[in-house]
Design a binder for this molecule. Structure first.
Ligand code: ADP
Ligand code: ZN
Length: 606
């Protein structure tokens, strides 16, 4: 394989962006970062998933002679990136354990001959003495360390080999290093700089906002039906991920969606590894498949056209939520982050937490994380400040692209109601679930009420003016805010939380959101992507893309992204020159597919 990029004359970042990748403008700080490493500086890049990290090293890789070595722990991702680069005419290859000896030798020969622009290597292979010796004989222009947070011993993705990457600084002191991650917290940042880059590294923090994602959190009523209605209304025939808590639920949900006529499959860690791989491959290659998965799914999937991520169960924390929802809309087109949750979910997740074997400190940390997540769920104003604030970033609010902005929830002063509910929990002995407490509040005579003589309590029927749904909503929000906590024995009973004293004494007030009543006339009911999927041009182009992808054995988005197809449908280019101006059409793709695209357009227009 030889590169499309001539050594001479060197091309500017702008020219490479346009000619190789077919894009007209850099995003955010990409240009600045590229300039910095091209001049030999070290850099730490913090950008959200889908923010455009890859170009930050792929363009410098092409700016000067030599090869850029990309360290990545994710084999599927490496393969994807190499395919995408190859389709843009860049000489890229991968070295990992999945290769046979023959292919590996060929790749090593190409590397030695200086024919590769980029080489992706798994850390364990890079660290072998033989690999380091091989690299020492080559011209290396940059080391890019992807998923750099794996170096953090405190994080969930810690990989011990990452600690040993300090060997790069030792053996290749003159080669710049760029470390990239979507994990933004201070501690991880410090560890990356300390272990992989050194104090003279510059840190580039991009905004973590993902403006094309519409966030919404609703109340769970009939979760499956809600999900189905959401998909049918906003994403018919499109790809999406549905996160579920348990393996069984992934399977049941997928089977049910199939019964409803959708294309859906399940994915979880309990599946045979072959089946799991097949499910993942199907999802990547499909053009409109729903995958119902546990959180085992997603790391290393960078399918750009995932149009929605749905949570049928609460994620672990805001970080997890942000990472999981970040898998939607990497191509920049509108996408949805959709979630429903209920009082029962909160009780269950809190119980799991209390019953876990974690130490007291760890539990405290997890409790705080959960509380932050619940506060986000119950948030009554624009979701973006709440979300971004968690990552230390400001946002003015009124984004116009979240459920609360589009459909502002009503709030009410729930101080009195909260005090009634808390007193009732106290009077009934702090051992019952929300159902019984609401029975007592509303004066509903049940067998249990009679048995326990709870109709003689001072809180009996004090809340009968308010309907049961509202009481359930109050109980949920009290639980979410930590005023109520589940009993540690895990029988589903609720107790007063440590902070409710002020509320009971009337020293603080509490606002609650009124739960929305489901209605068919809600805003945001149009399809999320402004693509006329019925248009014959769109159909024809998609068909052409599918056939081409099959014959080349790559996912359709490697040929062209949806955004590019949509732009083609929009502008209806008649010539190669016109086609070349469309975002996502680089020189290589133009010469490879240009004629075929024009022919497909022509045929469809007849
Ligand atoms: P990350 O690695 O940060 O998750 P990627 O590097 O995969 O994100 O980029 C996400 C998507 O955005 C990719 O499809 C990429 O081609 C696209 N992209 C990146 N930079 C630009 C740009 N300047 N203009 C248009 N698209 C871009
Ligand atoms: Zn908003």
């Amino acid at each position: 394989m030889s590169s499309v990029v001539p050594d001479n004359p060197p091309r500017s970042p702008e020219a490479l962006l346009r000619q190789v990748f077919g894009y007209s403008e850099f995003r955010g700080r990409q240009r600045e970062i590229i300039g910095h490493v091209a001049e030999g500086g070290h850099a730490l890049v913090l950008m959200p998933t889908g923010g455009g990290k890859s170009l930050c090293y792929q363009i410098p890789a092409l700016m000067s002679p030599g090869t850029t070595i990309v360290v990545s722990p994710l084999i599927a991702l490496m393969r994807d990136q190499v395919e995408a680069l190859t389709h843009n005419g860049v000489a890229a290859a991968v070295l990992n354990s999945s290769l046979d000896a023959e292919t590996r030798r060929r790749t090593e020969d190409e590397l030695l001959a200086g024919k590769l622009d980029l080489l992706y290597i798994a850390p364990e292979r890079l660290l072998r003495e033989s690999t380091l010796a091989l690299l020492a004989r080559c011209r290396i222009n940059l080391f890019a360390i992807d998923e750099a947070h794996c170096v953090s011993q405190w994080g969930h993705d810690f990989r011990p080999e990452y600690l040993k990457l300090d060997v790069l600084a030792e053996r290749f002191p003159a080669v710049p290093r760029i470390a990239l991650t979507a994990t933004a917290d201070e501690r991880t940042r410090g560890e990356i700089v300390g272990r992989l880059l050194g104090d003279d590294a510059r840190i580039f923090v991009a905004s973590f906002d993902r403006p094309n994602i519409r966030y919404s959190v609703g109340l769970k009523r009939n979760a499956r039906q809600q999900l189905l209605a959401f998909i049918r209304r906003r994403h018919p025939g499109q790809s999406g991920i549905v996160y579920c808590f348990s393996r069984r639920k992934t399977e049941e949900t997928a089977a049910w969606l199939v019964e409803q006529g959708l294309d859906a499959i399940a994915y979880h860690a309990g599946m045979e590894s072959g089946d799991r791989q097949a499910a993942q491959d199907r999802f990547i290659n499909a053009d409109g498949l729903v995958i119902c998965a546990t959180i085992a799914f997603g790391m290393g999937i960078d399918k750009p056209d995932v149009r929605f991520v749905a949570h049928l169960d609460l994620p672990k924390s805001i970080e997890s939520y942000y990472q999981e929802t970040g898998r939607a809309g990497r191509d920049g087109l509108p996408a949805d982050a959709w979630m429903v949750y209920s009082l029962a979910d909160v009780v269950r997740i809190r119980q799991l937490l209390e019953q876990s074997n974690a130490g007291a400190d760890q539990k405290k940390l997890e409790r705080e994380r959960l509380e932050a997540l619940l506060a986000y769920c119950e948030h009554a104003r624009c979701r973006r400040p709440a979300l971004l604030g968690y990552f230390g970033e400001g946002h003015p609010g009124d984004c116009g692209h979240c459920d609360n902005c589009q459909d502002p929830p009503e709030t009410w002063d729930a101080t009195e109601a909260a005090r009634m509910a808390l007193s009732c929990v106290y009077r009934t002995g702090q051992r019952f679930g929300a159902g019984h407490v609401v029975d007592v509040l509303t004066g509903k005579r049940t067998e249990r009420v009679e048995q326990l003589a709870h109709d003689r309590l001072s809180t009996w029927a004090i809340g009968r003016e308010t309907d049961r749904n509202t009481w359930h909503s109050v109980m949920r929000q009290l639980l979410a805010a930590g005023y109520l906590v589940p009993d540690p024995e895990g029988h589903g009973g609720l107790r007063l939380g440590p902070e409710c004293r002020d509320l009971l004494r009337g020293e603080t007030r509490i606002e609650m959101r009124r739960d929305a009543v489901p209605s068919s006339r809600r805003s945001g009911s149009r399809k999320s992507v402004e693509i006329d999927t019925d248009s014959p041009l769109w159909q024809a182009l998609r068909q052409w893309r599918l056939e081409t992808a099959r014959s080349e054995d790559v996912p359709p988005y490697v040929i062209f992204h949806d955004a590019t197809l949509a732009a083609i449908v929009d502008t209806k280019p008649l010539t190669l020159d016109e086609l070349a101006t469309i975002s996502g059409v680089g020189e290589h793709k133009l010469s490879r597919y240009g004629e075929a695209v024009l022919a497909a357009l022509d045929a469809a227009a007849d």
